[in-house]
Design a protein around this ligand. Structure first.
Ligand SMILES: [Mn+2]
Length: 277
């Protein structure tokens, strides 16, 4: 059984279409989505429709939850109120109800391993856990919480949210970030050391392969990291509809987060000088 795990489409229709085509070409039986289908890009509705049609499991990301719920806009800062209104203007009531109804977590067995999926962490859908975080922080990603389906410690965790694909082994457990379909970026960028920015700005997803529903017998299991190019300029043709036009185009074209100061703060917390890596 091959399962494609996609995440963080963020309203990028060209990236999603290229990814689904790639999945089809590879004869992958199932597609699971870890959330954040909307926000940032100008095609949230089209992306929701494609996700609904193609994904057997769809989880709720922080932006799915945030932009589909009611807000008291008077309490929000002007820029934020504008952002909420803009994102909501592209969704129907049915879309919003659908996003609100999505589950937090999904679990299944593959070749004798308990695989757990969620958007960001098992305790909240908006906390970034980075590849650079310490092993004891990463270990917490495997632990059960009130949001998980079972109260077991997972063997394999696949999550999204940070838009940065990686795999790590922590105490003989496997932690994978699927990367982002529509808004990929690396968490470390350095103008002198960076190679081809398009390498980063591809759609990223992960393929799991193993024996589905096998709880006991530890058989072969495969993790494949996919990077699929897509037509970035075509996606940006509608960018004047985007209130975040410039920062959005910057992210798609450079594979770099618009607000690197926030990322750098995370590194500072870890005692890492971003200029020295
Ligand atoms: Mn997210």
């Amino acid at each position: 059984m091959k399962i494609a795990i996609i995440s963080d489409v963020h309203g990028n229709l060209e990236a999603l279409k290229a990814t689904l085509e790639d999945i089809k070409k590879k004869n992958i039986e199932k597609v699971y989505c870890l959330g954040d289908t909307i926000a940032k890009g100008v095609h949230p509705k089209e992306c929701i429709d494609l996700i609904k049609k193609n994904c057997e499991v769809v989880l709720q990301g922080n932006t799915d939850e945030y932009f589909s719920k009611e807000h008291n806009l008077e309490e929000k800062e002007e820029v934020e109120a504008k952002r909420i209104k803009w994102n909501q203007s592209m969704l129907t009531k049915e879309d919003k109800d659908y996003l609100q109804s999505l589950p937090f977590c999904y679990e299944f067995y593959l070749s004798g391993r308990l695989v757990r999926l969620f958007h960001a962490t098992p305790w909240a859908n908006n906390k970034p856990i980075l590849n650079q975080d310490m092993p004891y922080t990463k270990y917490e990603m495997f632990l059960p919480t009130q949001n998980t389906i079972s109260n077991k410690t997972a063997d394999v965790v696949v999550y999204g949210h940070i838009h940065h694909q990686y795999m790590d082994k922590i105490y003989n457990r496997t932690l994978i970030n699927s990367g982002s379909v529509g808004n990929s970026f690396d968490t470390i960028r350095n103008e002198q050391k960076d190679g081809d920015a398009l390498e980063t700005t591809c759609s990223n997803y992960v393929i799991l392969e193993g024996k589905e529903n096998e709880k006991e017998e530890k058989g072969e299991i495969y993790f494949t990291f996919a990077r699929v190019p897509y037509n970035i300029e075509k996606e940006l043709e509608d960018k004047e509809k985007n209130i975040e036009e410039e920062s959005y185009a910057y992210e798609l074209q450079n594979g770099m987060y618009r607000n690197m100061q926030n990322v750098n703060k995370n590194f500072e917390k870890l005692g890492i000088d971003i200029n020295k890596i």
